[in-house]
Ligand binder design. Structure first.
Ligand code: CTP
Length: 402
């Protein structure tokens, strides 16, 4: 952990405040000093005694608390912090900060600090989507505040959509720069999701891919200490905290985005489901259904993975192989043909791999190297895979791995 040991944790009044206790504990486990500041609303959701016991410091709640101010004034507290993390950050909190209000302790501290400020929004999906909240987020981002999440999923109000606070471990990974881990100091580039090859303004060719595996790998690589660049096609997933995301649409754009940055990378993982062919002609106007059949001529797209593996000074290069049969034979053939350092194979078909939460993998590398990862949630598989990649990508360690 570099230089951010003193965390000023703001807790505002949302149901996700119950997760703040876990967050304090996770920060303490990583060696941070944590000073909790609660708003009046937060007190409706979680007791100060809980946060005080876990942080080992009295919780600050009031700008006008003379005893607390005498011990450490609010300006001193703002200077003390290496970073400010507000989790959960309600819609109300975002609005106050966007307007620069200073009518309670937490908002005053945010104005008085020059430490980085991170916000973990948590609210109902419609509140998050409201133009007022959108505008507040834009103002805050333009001022250098980092928004972490929100995640997408089931909400306490019974609805589903964006607005869930990110999990405490994800917040810790985002806030503590350069975490120690097997990939500390290394840069990892990951491609994820499908590509879209336009046919006309309303149609495109694409592959089945939710992007979940690539995004899980990006989160795991970041948690293992890497700098992570995630180049992704169109997906409905939130960016993992601390990960740099580049959005692309077509295979050609993916190729371009990868080669612009891959020179700085130590490890490249191609998890994207790239469309192998693209329509030769793009019809500027919508194609009308005039004839009984329609013929499209398709051209091969660049093979991004193979082009990275072919670089003179190349990163440790890992590919994926989605196969419907003879998984091992096809994957070994692909490993050799594309000259990869490792290939991660899985069987695809109805109910397997696509859009599912779990998966099972066969990992192969040259000279008959092989490891099977039994069926598990993608998140767990990603962590195991990143650990294996971290080991095998160091030549001195790779030699001793069975
Ligand atoms: N890939 C890529 N660029 C492409 C096609 C594939 O980077 N244009 C990468 C994928 O991200 C994946 C790997 O190549 O890591 C395997 O893709 P796949 O389409 O299964 O392999 P192909 O070589 O196209 O083989 P085949 O079509 O015979 O299955």
């Amino acid at each position: 952990m570099a230089g951010q040991q003193r965390v000023l944790l703001g807790v505002t009044g949302g149901i996700a405040a119950y997760k703040s206790a876990e967050l304090v504990r996770a920060l303490r486990e990583r060696g941070c000093e944590v000073q909790v500041v609660m708003t009046r609303g937060a007190r409706e959701f979680i007791g100060a005694a809980t946060l005080q016991a876990l942080s080992g410091r009295p919780v600050r709640e009031d700008l006008w608390d003379a005893a607390a101010e005498a011990a450490m004034g609010h300006i001193e507290l703002a200077r003390w912090a290496d970073c400010v993390l507000i989790a959960p950050a309600t819609a109300q909190c975002l609005a106050r900060l966007a307007h620069g209000l200073a009518d309670d302790l937490l908002s005053t501290l945010c104005l008085a600090t020059d430490a980085p400020v991170y916000l973990a929004p948590a609210m109902n999906r419609l509140m998050w989507a409201h133009p007022a909240t959108r505008a507040n987020c834009e103002v805050l981002a333009a001022r250098g505040v980092t928004l972490l999440g929100p995640g997408i999923g089931d909400q306490a109000c019974g609805e589903t959509g964006p607005g869930r606070m990110l999990e405490p471990q994800a917040l810790v990974a985002a806030v503590l720069k350069d975490p120690a881990g097997p990939l500390a100091g290394r840069t990892v580039m990951i491609t994820a999701g499908p590509t879209r090859e336009p046919i006309d303004p309303v149609r495109y060719l694409t592959n089945r891919s939710s992007g979940k595996m690539g995004f899980a790998l990006a989160a795991a690589a970041r948690e293992a200490g890497a700098r992570v660049v995630l180049v992704t096609g169109p997906v409905a997933l939130a960016t993992p905290p601390g990960v740099e995301r580049v959005d692309v649409e077509t295979a050609a754009e993916l190729h371009e985005a990868v080669h612009r940055r891959v020179g700085d990378c130590d490890i490249f993982i191609g998890a994207a489901a790239v469309a192998d062919y693209r329509p030769r002609e793009y019809a500027g106007e919508k194609i009308k259904k005039r004839d009984a059949t329609l013929t499209l001529t398709l051209d091969r797209s660049p093979d991004v993975l193979a082009s990275v593996a072919a670089l003179a000074s190349r990163p440790f290069t890992v590919g994926f192989a989605a196969e419907t049969c003879e998984v091992e034979r096809h994957a070994r053939e692909k490993l050799a043909r594309k000259q990869l350092d490792m290939i991660v194979a899985n069987q695809v078909g109805p109910g397997r791999a696509f859009d599912t939460e779990d998966n099972e993998l066969l990992v192969l590398w040259p000279e008959e190297g092989c490891q099977v990862f039994a069926r598990a949630p993608k998140r767990e598989l990603a962590e195991a895979l990143i650990a294996l990649i971290a080991t095998r990508s160091r030549p001195e360690d790779a030699a001793v791995v069975p």
